[in-house]
Write a protein of this length. Structure first.
Ligand code: TRP
Length: 77
Protein backbone atom coordinates (compact mmCIF):
# COMPACT_ATOMS: atom_id res chain seq x y z
CA UNK A 1 0.00 0.00 0.00
CA UNK A 2 1.35 3.42 -0.82
CA UNK A 3 1.20 6.06 1.87
CA UNK A 4 1.85 9.77 2.19
CA UNK A 5 5.52 8.83 2.77
CA UNK A 6 5.84 7.61 -0.81
CA UNK A 7 4.47 10.81 -2.23
CA UNK A 8 5.65 14.38 -2.64
CA UNK A 9 2.14 15.30 -3.64
CA UNK A 10 0.91 18.69 -2.63
CA UNK A 11 -2.37 20.49 -2.87
CA UNK A 12 -3.13 24.16 -3.37
CA UNK A 13 -5.82 26.15 -1.66
CA UNK A 14 -6.76 29.50 -3.12
CA UNK A 15 -9.00 31.70 -0.99
CA UNK A 16 -11.90 33.32 -2.83
CA UNK A 17 -12.84 35.49 0.13
CA UNK A 18 -11.23 36.92 3.26
CA UNK A 19 -10.97 34.70 6.29
CA UNK A 20 -10.81 31.25 4.69
CA UNK A 21 -9.58 28.78 7.29
CA UNK A 22 -7.32 25.84 6.51
CA UNK A 23 -7.36 23.48 9.46
CA UNK A 24 -4.91 20.59 9.80
CA UNK A 25 -6.09 17.46 11.60
CA UNK A 26 -3.71 15.07 13.30
CA UNK A 27 -2.73 11.66 12.02
CA UNK A 28 -3.30 8.62 14.26
CA UNK A 29 -5.98 7.40 16.64
CA UNK A 30 -6.54 10.85 18.05
CA UNK A 31 -8.01 13.14 15.39
CA UNK A 32 -7.87 16.74 16.45
CA UNK A 33 -7.13 20.18 15.09
CA UNK A 34 -3.43 21.02 15.30
CA UNK A 35 -3.09 24.03 13.04
CA UNK A 36 -5.35 26.72 11.71
CA UNK A 37 -4.25 29.07 8.96
CA UNK A 38 -6.28 32.08 7.85
CA UNK A 39 -6.13 33.10 4.21
CA UNK A 40 -7.40 36.37 2.83
CA UNK A 41 -8.88 36.73 -0.64
CA UNK A 42 -6.50 35.56 -3.39
CA UNK A 43 -3.96 34.23 -0.90
CA UNK A 44 -2.84 30.69 -1.59
CA UNK A 45 -1.45 27.93 0.51
CA UNK A 46 0.56 25.02 -0.83
CA UNK A 47 0.58 22.04 1.55
CA UNK A 48 1.18 18.32 1.86
CA UNK A 49 -0.10 15.47 3.95
CA UNK A 50 2.60 14.61 6.45
CA UNK A 51 3.47 12.49 9.43
CA UNK A 52 1.49 14.98 11.51
CA UNK A 53 -1.38 15.82 9.16
CA UNK A 54 -3.79 13.27 7.73
CA UNK A 55 -6.77 15.45 6.94
CA UNK A 56 -7.53 19.04 6.18
CA UNK A 57 -10.73 20.93 6.76
CA UNK A 58 -11.42 24.05 4.74
CA UNK A 59 -13.91 26.59 5.91
CA UNK A 60 -14.99 29.33 3.53
CA UNK A 61 -15.03 29.82 -0.21
CA UNK A 62 -11.91 28.45 -1.87
CA UNK A 63 -10.56 26.55 -4.84
CA UNK A 64 -8.63 23.39 -4.00
CA UNK A 65 -6.33 21.84 -6.58
CA UNK A 66 -4.71 18.44 -6.19
CA UNK A 67 -3.56 15.56 -8.33
CA UNK A 68 -7.17 14.35 -8.09
CA UNK A 69 -8.43 17.47 -9.78
CA UNK A 70 -9.91 20.78 -8.79
CA UNK A 71 -12.82 21.43 -6.52
CA UNK A 72 -14.47 24.56 -5.22
CA UNK A 73 -16.73 24.92 -2.25
CA UNK A 74 -17.89 28.30 -3.47
CA UNK A 75 -21.50 28.88 -2.63
CA UNK A 76 -23.45 31.94 -3.60
CA UNK A 77 -26.18 31.79 -0.97
N1 TRP B 1 3.51 21.09 10.83
C1 TRP B 1 2.47 20.60 9.96
C2 TRP B 1 2.89 19.20 9.41
O1 TRP B 1 4.07 19.00 9.14
C3 TRP B 1 2.27 21.59 8.83
C4 TRP B 1 1.26 21.17 7.82
C5 TRP B 1 1.51 20.32 6.79
C6 TRP B 1 -0.11 21.58 7.70
N2 TRP B 1 0.37 20.16 6.03
C7 TRP B 1 -0.63 20.91 6.57
C8 TRP B 1 -0.96 22.45 8.43
C9 TRP B 1 -1.95 21.09 6.16
C10 TRP B 1 -2.27 22.61 8.01
C11 TRP B 1 -2.77 21.94 6.89
O2 TRP B 1 2.04 18.35 9.29
Amino acid sequence: MSTYKDSNDFFIIKALEDGVQVIGLTRGTDTRFHHSEKLDKNEMMIAQFTEHTSAVKIRGNAIIQSSHGEISNLNDE
